[in-house]
Write a new protein. Sequence first.
Lengths: 429, 169
Amino acid sequence: MSKVAERILLRHRDIPGLKKFDIYMKDGGFKTFKKVVSKKQDQNEIKNIVHDSGLRGRGGAGFPTGLKWKFVDNNNWPHYLVVNADESEPGTFKDREIMQENPWQFLEGIMISAYAISANDIYIYLRGEFWEIAAQLDKQIKKLKKEGLLGENLFGTDYSLMIHTHLGAGAYICGEETALLESIEVKLGQPRLRPPFPPVVGLFGKPTVINNVETLANVALIVEKGSDWYSGIGTDKSAGTKVFSLSGRVKNPGNYELPMGTPFRTLIYELGGGIIDDRPIKAIMPAGASSSIIPVTEEVLDTPMDYESLPGVGGDLGSASVIIIDDTVDMPWLINKTMDFFKHESCGKCTPCREGTFWMHKLTERIQRGEGSAKDVELLLDVANQVSAKTICALGEFSKQAVITAIERFPQEFEDKVGEKISFGKTEG
Amino acid sequence: MNKLLQNYSKEIKMIMAKYPEGQERAAVMPLIYLAQRNDNHVTKDELADIAEITGMSTTEVASIVGFYTLFYDEQEGKYRIQVCNDLPCALRGADEFLDELCENVGIKVGETTEDGLITIEGVKCLAGCHNAPMFQLQSPMGIEYHEKQTLETALELIKELRKMEGKNE
Ligand SMILES: Cc1cc2nc3c(=O)[nH]c(=O)nc-3n(C[C@H](O)[C@H](O)[C@H](O)COP(=O)(O)O)c2cc1C
Ligand code: SF4
Ligand code: FES
């Protein structure tokens, strides 16, 4: 049995009452923030600590956090830190727990991060449904002001810092970082063409760092304990712990914080309690609705969950929202569900994604209703393959993952559904 | 006269203070939320008020209302029960839950009860997949999550809402 390793992000499960300001303070809260600001610690030093820790973005792309911070243009002011709390990938529910249950550590993390990139204003962009969390954060921000931890000329230095919450209003695309910026600026939430990248031209045209909630919730402890401490957890290239959101056909769905590189088996069978009714597991979607569908074998169950290992079994770690599929679930139904989502969420800015999601949805609908033919499945695969890298943002790419991998890896289920043999000739190679 | 500004002058001042000078349009989404607070939708007059405050055209504000799923330009139920039936929840019985709930209330998915009080609809992932079946209740008070639901708990909530409204009327 593997022991439950040290928790960094979900420490509220180990320290009762951590959600309360006094308890967080007793635990050494805001000491690190106070120290770096009052000692006027060199910003580059903090960027280096985070860079050397090996921390990578938890919003899905796994981009090295310290490196992103180093791209911030120091010839253009002011700078902004934008926190991505849009959390809308189906199967993802970790940022919500972090903000709700461990809010002070999250806030200290974003405050140190803002200092590191010389930003005086932080915007936390929350999905509109997180209305209650935003209200709670507003109260906590007020408290920090009262305690002298936010505001003008902190601890007698010339550094000032303020945090603002901003609610989205129900649009998955606003989790994409440039659509998020457009959404704050109220120019319809549609992605921007890049370059320029946000660290050069971001919010209100100014240099901006955008990071995910979970990414930044690590920062206070990394700066306090040092980069070696953090890089010693997890694997060589995927440092630290990760909160895995486990959902679908398992007995104990929920968030589990584990060192990067923990095998699927530990998550699904030891912690998740195995499959409902002890049925056979069929497939895993490791990155929410945007995932490739990985057929499960013993080898897959022993695969370490980290950025480097997943491509070896035909998937990606993404946001680590692990959806479990058992033998009661049919693939034609499943891809119709994912297409319901993507058709609804495509922002419509580029043709391949707008048209592609529309047609893929129509076809999956027909096939799943039992009215499709082999030709429909072939056409579906063809349309999916044409939603290529020509799109402005990654949503187009995400939308076709489940469709392509379901048909290619579980062809029998589609043949049974349409009652004919499917020919893959056209799309192979 | 700008009614929105009149009714919520303090709130609007606080909202505007969040954004740098010259970026007033960033206040549009918070202002739409404010306008929706009473009756869960934005009226034509309120669109014009928001446009005036932020220096945008009414059409531009209307297009923002149209883009986002949590903004409404028509009044449906005063309370909206939005059941998540996206993939992870559907794997744990959310579609059946949604259908049964509607059947018991006597409406189809997406419809509003005759008394105009309750709309029940299916929505995309709400970041509560581990607690399916679950829904959010959108009401004049804001958005509230209800997780690990059963048909009984959901019907109980609807009963309470009806009772509360009966008292207020
Ligand atoms: C369609 C789409 C949706 C996304 N949704 C989210 C989201 O909800 N939360 C998030 O943190 N990142 C999301 N991302 C990733 C962001 O664009 C961005 O990479 C991330 O916020 C960067 O932060 P990180 O480096 O800390 O991961 C999304 C990306 C795409 C293409
Ligand atoms: S890929 Fe889709 S979501 Fe992304 S910009 Fe194009 S239309 Fe919008
Ligand atoms: S799928 Fe329903 S809350 Fe995530």
